[in-house]
Design a protein around this ligand. Structure first.
Ligand SMILES: NC(=O)c1ccc[n+]([C@@H]2O[C@H](COP(=O)([O-])OP(=O)(O)OC[C@H]3O[C@@H](n4cnc5c(N)ncnc54)[C@H](O)[C@@H]3O)[C@@H](O)[C@H]2O)c1
Ligand SMILES: [Zn+2]
Ligand SMILES: [Zn+2]
Length: 347
């Protein structure tokens, strides 16, 4: 089969690889129909994720058709159309029983396109299929569903749920990338009064407005804090969602959170951030962190089926699977190409 293979920092190719086979009784083999590229794949390409080794097939998102199942798989059969979760989970260990699928201690967690071969290929082996795949409802927009493999649950679980967004809240989301926009879409389940979107990129802010942001803050002038405080009458925000992953934007969250508020971190941080306890100790703040569990995928799926959630809006570019190398070039130049998510289809 053909697959997108990582060969060390800056090196990737679309090449011939052996078709995967069932290894464990709980595995399924899925024929990929649609996949996409994540910001995390770009981090891998830069060499930021050293646990990804030379020869690894990338990709942790996708929709496909079950080709074969192991003897212990009871919920899926050959021919079923399935959504592949970016998080693999046994469903049985202590972490899984707590809903912390990303901390599955039986060899689950984020492994696809990381520790084992991923979805940017014609076929993928999905371990713990019963708990890690979701049946695609008939008639649903499958392109849109690909956004449920990772982006939507990430924005919702790490940002909106951990941030405890409530009706009437003033919410600021720092970072209008796919993850920040996913938080913006799903925060609206809770009817917050204001959704303030902060980014440096005027195009992404414009997109955020179409997605339901009530106020836009361009932080290119370094004045994000002053602008958010002015927009909130000096009070700050009830929930500050960090969706960038750098010290400056976490600092912004610490400076704009109102007393009693939440800071919900989503961003993957590579550098230490200083905690402003000298100010926050008396502010009754809750700070949360989380690796996405995709435990809300069934709920998000229902909302896509009913039309309450339209993740298709996130798709800006389309490619054929054979052109996945071109898709990387486009997604890697997201600002210039005005790209949010690309959809990569088999045919
Ligand atoms: N916690 C998790 O489980 C999890 C899962 C997936 C992704 N992530 C992380 O979420 C973050 C967002 O992901 P993404 O794919 O949307 O990333 P992205 O790079 O596409 O988007 C980041 C956005 O932040 C903006 N930005 C950069 N610097 C800024 C600044 N100083 N002020 C304001 N805006 C700024 C950029 O213009 C861009 O629009 C990343 O750190 C990613 O690694 C976390
Ligand atoms: Zn991802
Ligand atoms: Zn487990």
């Amino acid at each position: 089969m053909k697959a997108l293979v990582y060969h060390g920092p800056g090196k990737r190719s679309w090449e011939e690889k052996p078709k995967p086979a069932i290894k464990d009784a709980t595995d399924a083999i899925v024929r990929i129909e649609k996949t996409t590229i994540c910001g995390t794949d770009l981090h891998i390409m830069k060499g930021d994720v050293p646990t990804v080794t030379d020869g690894r097939i990338l990709g942790h998102e996708g929709v496909g058709v079950v080709e074969e199942v192991g003897s212990a798989v009871s919920s899926f059969k050959k021919g079923d159309r399935v959504l592949i979760s970016c998080i693999t989970s046994c469903g049985k260990c202590e972490a899984c029983k707590k809903g912390m699928y990303s901390h599955c201690s039986n060899g689950g967690g984020w492994i696809l396109g990381h520790l084992i071969d991923g979805t940017q290929a014609e076929y993928v082996r999905t371990p713990f299929a019963d708990n890690s795949l979701y049946l695609v409802p008939k008639g649903v927009d499958e392109d849109a569903l690909v956004m449920l493999s990772d982006i939507l649950p990430t924005g919702f679980e790490c940002g909106v749920l951990n941030g405890a967004v409530k009706p009437g809240d003033t919410v600021a989301i720092i970072g209008a990338g796919p993850v920040g926009l996913a938080a913006l879409l799903t925060a609206q389940f809770y009817s917050p009064a204001e959704l303030i979107m902060v980014d440096l990129d005027a195009n992404r802010l414009e997109v955020a407005k179409q997605f339901g942001a009530t106020k836009l803050v361009n932080s290119g002038d370094g004045k994000a804090v002053e602008k958010v405080m002015a927009l909130t009458g000096g009070k700050g925000v009830d929930v500050a969602i960090e969706a960038v992953g750098i010290p400056a934007t976490f600092d912004t969250c610490q400076d704009i959170v109102a007393a009693g508020g939440h800071i919900a971190n989503i961003g993957v941080h590579g550098k230490a951030v200083s905690l402003k306890l000298e100010k926050l100790w008396a502010h009754n703040i809750t700070i949360t962190t989380r690796l996405v569990d995709t435990v809300t995928t069934p709920m998000l799926l229902k909302n896509v089926v009913s039309g309450r959630l339209s993740p298709r809006k996130l798709i800006t570019h389309e490619f054929k699977l054979d052109d996945v190398m071109k898709a990387y070039d486009t997604f890697g130049n997201a600002a210039k190409e005005r790209a949010l998510k690309v959809i990569i289809r088999k045919a």
